[in-house]
Design a protein around this ligand. Structure first.
Ligand SMILES: Nc1nc2c(c(=O)[nH]1)N[C@H]1C(S)=C(S)[C@@H](COP(=O)(O)O)O[C@H]1N2
Ligand SMILES: [Mo]
Length: 536
């Protein structure tokens, strides 16, 4: 009998600790969220710890995450952090029943991790420590008080508890009081968290309004309407112009920066900048703008992958702007060979000054497909250099351009295993049929179609191979510009059975896309795209 009742006591008394821990954890996060909402949403503990994790993730793992979770990679990371926090909170609560002070101190220690992570962010200000600090204090207090209620009262336990004692479980503690306190704390935490979210959202509203107000001037050098001939007649092919809502997004920002157009500034300075300057958006929009179709590609794009998109961009020619600041490219005696672009969230990207100033349409883009840049794509201003992967050229939310040398400075991705210089490799992709599709053999041919890109060199030929057969020329749609992808299609007289279709492209210089398969790290994937289909 005593054994059984001891066991029952242990079981019935085991749950209040973890429950108190969980609610204390919730309390910590909610208060942190509230303070972050008041000060700076990007300084919340989950965001700063997530950012710190992203910065320390090896390139191969980051690539895996992008590949596996796609654009949900950030959500997966945040859920992971919350799961770890929940687990730690459960443990802290369980331990707190016996070691109340130590456990409370443990929570404060987690808060310290948050503050250190906050200070390690490249865009951190001193106030960024406050959300984690306030959260930790709130969590520790909640844990201390709640577990206090879950412990045996100081008064001796009556040998025979009265019938229906005050909601206790027979072990002589105030169960009802504990549950009430827990519920009240949880409710208050939920309220504080929601308020924090709301306040954080409101802080972005003035930036949203500044974007809504922004009227983009007409380009001095417009792009002609997209010629219909650039579109291959093939159902299932990616659209020639990628709509903004479908345009891939790759960045390290857990909270999308909401930059106010009117207070935004861009500083141009550094090595060999004879006339350093700071520009407002109005300054930039007063310059002659160009409108160009440019295909953007991510270096993390696998062979056949989705991280490529084509848009009509409006922007300020960057080469001319730099020339106005007195910058000369290395080929004309300039000392700086690297342009480092820095964003409001502390990202750095380095491009060759020579490429930016060689006459190609490198630009500071303000418009994307007829509207101001979406926030996800860099509002109010981002950089673009046709022919270079995004990570060495396409800085979103840009606020600073520094001229320097490749010898002296390694930007963010270069510090993390990626190459210093990364021109886009020639690639081609089969959009239709999809892998493992079951097209029907007849009566007509099966349309194989897709896109090929080799920005700034153009595409001169695309070929298709069925199984180990000969290479057949695909029909090329018209080329828009050398900076855009090119659509192609091939009418395949398909025989029933399983077949592997392979595509390869030749760029505008006559170079055939290499068969050699490489990983994305360090300077982009190469190799031919294949799909296996079963013709029925
Ligand atoms: N500020 C900032 N700019 C950035 C990045 C980033 O993480 N932060 N990622 C770069 C990378 S790797 C790519 S491929 C492009 C993607 O631009 P998109 O998201 O508009 O498609 O943005 C580039 N610019
Ligand atoms: Mo990228």
């Amino acid at each position: 009998m005593p054994v059984v009742s001891n066991f029952r006591n242990t079981v019935s008394r085991a749950w209040p600790g973890p429950l108190a821990g969980l609610v204390a954890g919730l309390c910590a996060l909610a208060v942190a969220e509230l303070v972050a909402g008041l000060l700076r949403p990007a300084a919340g503990p989950v965001t700063v710890v997530g950012g710190a994790v992203i910065d320390r993730t090896p390139a191969a793992v980051k690539d895996f995450a992008i590949r596996t979770f796609g654009e949900n990679d950030k959500t997966v990371l945040q859920i992971g952090i919350l799961a770890v926090l929940a687990l730690l909170a459960l443990v802290a609560g369980a331990v707190a029943l016996r070691h109340r002070r130590a456990s409370t101190a443990g929570i404060l220690l987690f808060g310290l991790v948050g503050t250190v992570a906050a200070l390690s962010r490249p865009d951190a200000g001193p106030l960024d420590v406050l959300p984690s600090l306030a959260g930790a204090l709130a969590g520790a207090t909640a844990l201390y008080l709640l577990t206090g209620k879950a412990r045996r009262p100081a008064a001796p336990v009556p040998a025979v508890p009265p019938e229906g004692d005050a909601g206790g479980d027979g072990a002589g503690w105030d169960r009802r009081g504990f549950l009430t306190a827990t519920a009240v704390t949880a409710g208050a935490a939920a309220g504080a968290g929601a308020l924090g979210r709301y306040l954080g959202g409101r802080r972005g509203q003035s930036a949203v309004a500044s974007r809504t107000r922004l009227v983009l001037p007409a380009p001095a050098s417009p792009a002609p309407p997209v010629p219909p001939a650039v579109r291959a007649k093939a159902p299932g092919i990616s659209p020639f112009v990628t709509p903004n809502r479908d345009f891939y997004r790759v960045d390290t920002a857990l909270v999308v920066p909401k930059v106010h157009a009117e207070t935004w500034r861009l500083r141009i300075h550094g090595e060999g900048v004879a006339r350093p300057r700071t520009y407002t958006l109005a300054d930039l929009l007063a310059r002659p703008l160009i409108e160009r179709d440019i295909t953007l590609t991510c270096v993390s794009n696998e062979v056949g992958g989705p991280y490529v998109g084509n848009a009509r961009w409006l922007g300020v020619p960057l080469g001319a702007l730099l020339a106005d600041c007195g910058v000369r490219p290395p080929s004309r005696g300039g000392r700086a060979d690297q342009l480092v672009a820095r964003s409001v969230d502390g990202m750095t990207l380095g491009s060759p000054v020579e490429d930016v100033m060689d006459g190609r349409d490198a630009m500071l883009a303000v418009g994307m497909n007829g509207e101001p840049l979406p926030f996800e794509h860099g509002f109010p201003v981002r950089m673009l250099v046709p022919g270079l992967y995004g990570y060495v050229s396409a800085c979103k939310w840009i606020e600073d351009i520094e001229l320097t040398t490749f010898d002296v400075y390694d930007p963010y991705w270069v510090k993390r295993e990626w190459a210093r210089r990364a021109p886009i490799k020639t690639q081609s992709r089969i959009d239709t049929p999809k892998p493992f599709a079951r097209p029907s053999a007849g009566p007509g041919p099966v349309t194989v179609a897709g896109v090929a890109w080799a920005q700034h060199r153009g595409i001169s030929r695309v070929q298709i191979r069925v199984d180990d057969g000969p290479w057949n020329d695909a029909e090329l749609a018209a080329q828009d510009t050398v900076d855009t992808w090119r659509q192609w299609s091939y009418r395949w007289q398909a025989a029933p059975g399983g077949h592997t279709l392979t595509v390869r492209a030749t760029d505008g210089t006559g170079r055939v896309q290499t068969e050699r398969r490489t990983r994305t790290v360090p300077d982009g994937a190469s190799g031919w795209h294949s799909v296996f289909v079963t013709v029925t």
